[in-house]
Design a protein around this ligand. Structure first.
Ligand code: COA
Length: 105
């Protein structure tokens, strides 16, 4: 059965960002990673991602996966910075569309 967990990053009582995890057995799919516009580019993504990762560690999950569009360079950088690796290239009508990235935790 799928389980859903919502994560929020809060700084000075303000919600800075959020994401969602869809958990299916040992795999957690990270979705809707979002830092609110005025807080972007300030390094908050790693704190949000760390929070999501720690939450999955506490739940004894083994792997986190996500989908990202191929040209979302900032998101890809954020994910690589925290240890995610590209594990699959996804094509749509023979054109590169995005990547599946994975992190073993
Ligand atoms: C992707 C997103 C979550 C990143 O969050 P963020 O807190 O703004 O990112 P950070 O400030 O932590 O920056 C992450 C990396 O990208 C770089 N970066 C950030 N903004 C940048 C910009 N405007 N131009 C170039 N590089 C940039 C940073 O330098 C950092 O890399 P570094 O640590 O090696 O220097 C945020 O931009 C966002 O919410 N985007 C819209 C939703 C989205 O696309 N989500 C991902 C769906 S898969």
């Amino acid at each position: 059965m799928k389980q859903v967990k919502y994560i929020q990053l809060i700084r000075n009582k303000i919600i800075v960002g959020k994401c969602k995890l869809e958990i299916d057995n040992n795999i957690a799919w990270l979705e809707n990673v979002f830092i609110y516009k005025k807080f972007r580019g300030l390094g908050y993504s790693k704190f949000l991602l760390r929070k999501a990762i720690n939450s999955m560690k506490r739940m004894k999950k083994k792997i986190i996966k996500l989908h990202v569009k191929h040209d979302n360079y900032i998101a890809i950088k954020s994910y690589k910075n925290i240890g995610f690796k590209i594990t699959k290239k996804n094509y749509c009508k023979n054109k590169l569309f995005g990547y599946t990235m994975s992190l073993i935790i």
